[in-house]
Design a protein. Structure first.
Length: 642
């Protein structure tokens, strides 16, 4: 990992120098606003595409750096994880066939990236959260070796003082901890930028906040994480929790997280907005800034406001104001960050067209929405949309409560059509892209719904781990076909596999609904548990949750406790050297381990913790898997590169 010293905020002198630049950026911005130097009356659209790199088995592939080297193009850049990349498409003016232009550019860049990935034995895929990500992928070694990412990780962990806690509840429940910010790298987004008029900032920004929830409800695409069915758009919860620097402590003190929707409707200029940011969020990264913004401005140039941009980039607002320079003219834009990557390129462009149409279709009656709706309702709406998608109930203007389908079909889609027409967008573009959103809403077939339907269809037909492989492969193939998600077919028998399940890894066949005991539990209790649950193996853990042994039915028979006065405990009869294997171990390795030790069970351990067990009931599965492998052919899931 590269040194992060040049980004670190731990050196007081370096930090103060950065803060001086930050204050000068605010002064320069104030001067530019007062002199009318920021561009107005121009609408440009830009997009950022985040993507995942996978191997031919649909698992995360750490290809970011070699892929960037192979591409040799500044449009592509790194992301936090080595299984992610970001693509920045050149902005276009909001008019004519601009969305067709964006779609064409995105297709070209992604096709080129996919071809380069194939040469590295990989592929690229667009999905809000890659279904096949495992906890073993989320280790520090898989963080992109860039100083900025290491410095960000160090700063957030130092502020928090301990690991990040992840708790998300949906149909399933996820409770875990993260030792790095790499869990944030699981979130893959499609970010849309719209240039706005700086003098109309507050009303425009408030409108963007209001419409975020219904736009997201129509576009969810991340219902699975670590095999759990969570929110329709789990990204929002995962992003918030995996970067939260706040310590558990005094509940009377109000501290702000780094991922925020906001605390109230905006009033005043964008300068007031940025001043609030500097006031309430600590600087995490403090690299040296080359030029003083005030000096650049005094010399007749347009400053980049680098310090302000860096701070703004580490406060993760779902609608983020951004300053930039295009063709020598500084401008202001809003970056809409709620949208997930995928399900298809045309779905993404349709989502962008919908949001931009709504932004441009704001009517005069929506200029002071603070009088018509409490901000807390807008913030709550976003959480509801992320949790429940099109099944949410959203608060709306003037005290109304509406289902997203009603709001979208009767009010917002018509408004978006008007907004795009007002901007001079071609009628063909308006119809093509907004009809896709309309059909998706009417059918209820979002990316999340397709994934959940596929997941349900696979339950009982294959292992949970293999199901995630099949779903991911299904997403990849349908993306390549280019159809919007509401026209995607369900998984067919050929995709699931007509042959019996081929167990390649221990995690695909292990039992995870475990019954365990502690060292000081009574043997009589263990006997009862075995009888009631019809099992023959009970792992033993200590009070730290570490595996220390296993009690088997054979053990209880061969180590008779007889008639003793003192109670017999698990530690008295357990096997203290159980056979242990990792969840990533192959079928051959597992079967060889069972045979070599003449064991009838394997404890599956990851990061020192028990995660599963393989018993004699799985012998036939293991044997069949190895026999099939002996017959030759590629491993299951290792499809050919298209």
């Amino acid at each position: 990992m590269s040194s992060s010293n040049k980004f670190s905020g731990s050196d007081a002198g370096q930090r103060n120098a950065f803060m001086q630049c930050l204050l000068e950026d605010l002064q320069a911005l104030e001067q530019m606003l007062n002199e009318g130097l920021l561009e107005s009356g121009v609408r440009r659209v830009g997009i950022e595409q985040e993507l995942c790199t996978i191997d031919y088995a649909a698992r995360p592939a750490m290809l970011a750096l070699p892929l960037l080297e192979a591409l040799g193009d500044d449009h592509y850049t790194t992301e936090l994880a080595q299984f992610n990349l970001e693509l920045n498409v050149d902005p276009v003016t909001l008019r004519d066939d601009c969305f067709t232009q964006l779609e064409g550019a995105l297709v070209r860049y992604l096709t080129r990236a996919n071809r380069a990935a194939h040469r590295l034995s990989g592929r690229i895929i667009l999905t809000g959260i890659l279904p096949t990500i495992r906890t073993t992928d989320l280790v520090a070694a898989n963080m992109t070796p860039r100083a900025r990412y290491q410095a960000l990780n160090d700063a957030l962990l130092e502020s928090r003082g301990r690991d990040f806690s992840i708790y998300i509840q949906g149909a399933d429940e996820l409770i875990t901890t993260a030792q790095t910010v790499l869990f944030e790298g699981c979130n893959t987004s499609f970010q849309v930028h719209l240039q706005i008029d700086p003098e109309d900032f507050a009303d425009t920004y408030n409108w963007a906040q209001l419409i975020s929830a219904p736009v997201l409800a129509a576009a969810t695409n991340a219902p699975l994480f670590l095999g759990k069915r969570l929110w329709r758009e789990t990204r929002l919860a995962l992003f918030h929790q995996s970067t939260d620097p706040r310590k558990a402590g005094n509940q009377l003190r109000q501290e702000r997280p780094r991922v925020v929707f906001g605390d109230g409707w905006q009033h005043g200029s964008v300068l007031d907005f940025y001043r609030d940011t500097v006031t309430h969020w600590k600087v995490l990264l403090t690299p040296a800034i080359e030029h003083s913004s005030l000096d650049v401005l005094a010399a007749g140039g347009m400053p980049k406001l680098q310090a302000l941009g860096l701070l703004n980039g580490t406060v993760y607002r779902w609608n983020r104001p951004c300053y930039g320079i295009t063709d020598g003219r500084p401008h202001l834009r809003i970056e809409f960050r709620c949208l997930p990557a995928g399900p298809s390129i045309v779905d993404e462009i349709a989502n962008a067209a919908f949001w931009i149409g709504l932004m441009n279709g704001r009517s005069e009656q929506h200029r002071d929405i603070a009088r018509r709706m409490d901000f807390d309702e807008a913030r709550s709406n976003l959480l509801k949309a992320a949790r429940d998608g099109l099944d949410a109930q959203l608060a709306w203007l003037d005290g109304r409560t509406l289902a997203p389908r009603t709001l979208l079909l009767e009010e917002l889609l018509p408004a978006a059509r008007v907004g795009l027409a007002r901007a001079g967008v071609a009628a063909e573009d308006i119809a093509r892209y907004l009809d896709i959103v309309e059909a998706r809403v009417e059918s209820g077939r979002t990316g999340s719904q397709w994934i959940l339907d596929a997941h349900a269809s696979l339950r009982g037909r294959t292992s949970p781990v293999r199901a995630l492989d099949v779903i991911t492969e299904g997403i990849y193939r349908r993306q390549r076909a280019g159809l919007p998600v509401h026209r995607w077919s369900g998984l067919d028998a050929a995709e699931v596999g007509g042959q019996p399940q081929r167990y390649e890894r221990v995690e695909e066949l292990m039992s995870t609904d475990l019954i365990t005991v502690r060292e000081d539990d009574l043997v009589e209790l263990i006997k009862s548990l075995m009888s009631w649950s019809r099992i023959h193996h009970v792992p033993v853990e200590n009070h730290a949750g570490e595996v220390v042994g296993v009690v088997t039915a054979e053990t209880l028979l061969t180590r008779s406790t007889g008639h003793v006065s003192a109670p017999v405990l698990a530690r008295d009869v357990m096997d203290r050297e159980p056979a242990v294997v990792s969840p990533e171990a192959g079928a051959r390795e597992a079967l060889a381990l069972l045979r070599a030790g003449e064991r009838d069970c394997l404890l599956v351990v990851s990061a020192g913790k028990l995660v599963g067990i393989v018993t004699e009931r799985d012998y036939l599965k293991l044997a069949a898997s190895v026999l099939e492998a002996d017959g030759g052919g590629a491993p299951a899931g290792a499809g050919q590169a298209p």
